[in-house]
Design a protein around this ligand. Structure first.
Ligand SMILES: Cc1cc2nc3c(=O)[nH]c(=O)nc-3n(C[C@H](O)[C@H](O)[C@H](O)COP(=O)(O)OP(=O)(O)OC[C@H]3O[C@@H](n4cnc5c(N)ncnc54)[C@H](O)[C@@H]3O)c2cc1C
Length: 416
């Protein structure tokens, strides 16, 4: 028999889970909270894994989201190595590796899994995807020994790893089937700037080219990749970074509506009134996409959705606070900081602020004269101002954007 005093159960021990705990305690929720994590490590930051961690510039001590003492101090049961296997939505229980647990509210924060690449030779040793700390440790160890690294996929993670490996003195080759790097996420000018910059730093980039297969030696260790021309390119480490898939199998098996992730409403509620979902696994309506459904894979999204869920749980399941945070994301590639805000899917024109040649500039995306999104390269000021403009519904004209003597902050101030 369930009671309201049953704990809030969180499935997954990542970004959204920790933020939810913080937000619940901040909102004075004093009931029990349980995190079920399939991982063996307490929650840690994923972004450094594809950047400073694999080159040894950041070590394990920098990764933990909170010290281990945080969880008992906040009356949070952190259950590691305890994968949730199924949800019984009508009984309001979950079954995990350690047994059955009743919940008052359930939060699905299961993140995403790396999209698998079906390719001959995929099982060779030292061929990795990068999603968790174990992948990162393996990549770090393999990188130390490798001379030549091949990266398949020129998205954020692929390029971050390529840049990090290149900075550690490795020969790096990147392949992508698309005609530009990070093509699904940034403006063409940004793609071309990064392509040129990475090439200038020594990374070999092949666009509109897929790989035929991965070749290995008698011990099963990767020795190279086979190009479509049948040329074999030597490699001792292959990183596959071709995107992710939402981790929603246990939700759909429980009869919770899923479609490219767990379907939630603007309050992050699933099709079941006692079950919420947040983060990479949640397919949600986003006001910055005209209310259309999207799934965002970012720290911002996981964090802000967790806060929305905390408000609803504290309010006894009442919908109080809708998700409407301005989307933002960053990607550090070598010494360059790419920061993006807004959602740029429907852009029909662009305006550029600053000079790409100076390595500090921003591309403003517009649809029918309305500002949609801004991608900034080495310009945190533009990024922060753009977040404020998008939040306030301020849309500078392309002329104002292109005129660097025009103070965008004045527009933000005048909107208040
Ligand atoms: C290498 C890397 C670099 C990144 N860099 C950036 C960046 O620079 N900027 C940025 O904004 N974002 C970045 N991201 C994305 C960001 O980390 C994610 O968007 C964020 O972690 C999503 O949070 P989440 O809580 O939804 O999922 P996660 O943090 O992925 O946590 C999900 C957790 O759920 C666990 N889990 C899954 N199923 C179960 C189950 N059945 N039972 C128990 N546990 C389960 C998983 O093992 C995992 O620990 C990066 C991600 C990666 C992998």
């Amino acid at each position: 028999m369930n009671t309201v005093s049953d704990p809030v159960v969180i499935v997954g021990g990542g970004q959204a889970a920790v933020q939810l705990c913080l937000a619940l305690r901040k909102e004075k929720y004093d009931g029990e909270i349980m995190i079920f994590s399939a991982e063996s490590e307490p929650p840690y930051h994923r972004p450094p894994l594809s950047k400073a961690y694999i080159t040894g510039q950041a070590d394990d001590s920098k990764l933990a989201m909170r010290p281990e003492s945080f969880y008992p101090a906040k009356n949070i049961q952190l259950k590691l190595n305890d994968e949730v296997l199924s949800i019984d939505a009508s009984a309001k229980t979950i079954a995990s590796a350690s047994g059955k647990q009743a919940y008052s509210s359930l939060v699905i924060a299961t993140g995403a899994v790396a999209r698998p690449l079906q390719i001959e030779g995929r099982d060779a040793k030292a061929v990795y995807e990068l999603r968790d700390i174990h992948d990162a440790r393996s990549i770090k160890a393999a990188l130390e020994k490798a001379n030549h690294v091949v990266v398949i996929g020129a998205g954020f993670i692929g390029l971050e790893v390529a840049a990090a490996a290149n900075q550690s003195g490795k020969k790096v080759t990147v392949f992508d089937m698309a005609d530009r790097v990070m093509g699904r996420a940034v403006a063409p000018l940004i793609s071309h700037w990064f392509e040129k910059t990475h090439r200038a730093a020594g990374i070999d980039i092949h666009l509109q080219e897929s790989i035929k297969g991965i070749v290995s030696d008698d011990s099963g260790h990767v020795t190279g990749v086979e190009r479509n021309s049948s040329e074999i390119l030597e490699a001792q480490l292959v990183l596959i970074g071709i995107g992710v898939l939402p981790n929603s199998d246990i939700a759909s098996a429980a009869g919770i509506q899923c479609d490219n992730g767990v379907v939630v409403d603007k309050y992050c509620r699933t099709s079941n009134p006692h079950i919420y979902a947040a983060g990479d696994c949640a397919n949600h309506p986003n006001v910055f996409a005209d209310g259309r459904r999207v799934r965002l894979e970012s720290i911002q999204n996981a964090t802000d959705q967790a806060r929305v869920i905390a408000s609803a749980i504290v309010a006894g399941g009442e919908a109080t606070r809708a998700y409407g945070a301005v989307p933002w994301f960053w990607s550090d590639q070598a010494e360059h900081a790419l920061q993006m805000t807004g959602l740029s899917f429907d852009a029909d024109s662009y305006a550029v602020r600053g000079e790409p040649a100076s390595a500090s500039f921003s591309v403003f995306h517009y649809r029918q004269q309305q500002l949609l999104a801004v991608d900034s390269v080495n310009s945190s000021r533009d990024h922060m101002l753009s977040r404020k403009m998008l939040a306030a519904g301020v849309s500078p004209t392309p002329e104002q954007v292109e005129d660097t003597s025009f103070n965008l902050l004045d527009l933000v101030k005048s909107a208040k």
